[in-house]
Design a protein around this ligand. Structure first.
Ligand code: HEC
Length: 174
């Protein structure tokens, strides 16, 4: 029994020292243009996000709803000032900011999130995703504003009322 426990202990010590050395000497890339260094990193990150959202997303009935054209228009305006630089708009080509992100930035001009439940999209905007370019807007937008953007995205980019569609076709200046 004793040699076995000593063996387990040595493995733990070697792994701990090895892990510390990898960090101390910076033996993995820090650059945003490098490929992910660890196999399974992307899978693990996506899995953790999915489970966090499933546990915490708001459930219907959602506040400030049901969706109206006025809510969608307010959301469109907030989207253009806070999000389009990364996620795009009908009036602009993909920005350099979006192109340079380490984690690829979904372009809502190509694939929207109108299939997702509102609660899921709300969670993503409120909390963001740690260690990606997706910010948390909790401290900078009110709950009402985040719901307005959520209702805008839920309506679908090919289904917008005319006033919101005109905003969606503006350029974000890049
Ligand atoms: C600085 C760039 C940046 C800004 C600004 C930004 N995002 Fe993101 N966003 C990202 C990135 C990168 C991801 C992908 C994260 C991932 O897949 O791990 C993302 C993911 C998302 C997703 C999930 C998309 C999907 O297909 O599941 C939603 C929804 C979203 N963002 C909404 C918004 C909204 C709304 C705003 C503005 C209030 C915003 N984002 C602002 C970079 C950004």
């Amino acid at each position: 029994m004793r040699p076995f426990l000593l063996g387990v202990l040595s493995v733990i010590v070697v792994l701990a020292v090895g892990g510390f050395a990898v960090v101390w000497f910076g033996w993995f890339p820090a650059a945003a243009d490098a490929p992910p260094p660890f196999p399974g990193e992307k899978w693990a990150a996506n899995r953790v996000v999915k489970e966090n959202i499933a546990r915490e997303e708001p459930q219907p009935p959602y506040p400030f709803g049901p969706s109206t054209d006025a809510l969608v228009l307010a959301g469109a305006k907030l989207y253009m000032t806070n999000c389009s630089v990364c996620h795009g708009s009908a009036g602009s080509k993909e920005s350099n900011v979006a192109k340079g992100q380490y984690v690829p930035t979904p372009q809502f001009t190509k694939h929207g999130v109108d299939d997702d439940p509102e609660g899921e999209t709300y969670w993503k905007i409120e909390h963001g995703y740690r260690m990606t370019g997706m910010p948390s807007f909790k401290g900078s937008l009110s709950e009402e504003q985040i719901w307005q953007i959520t209702y805008f995205l839920k309506r679908g980019m090919s289904n917008l009322p005319p006033a919101a569609d005109a905003v969606w076709h503006q350029t974000h200046g890049d």
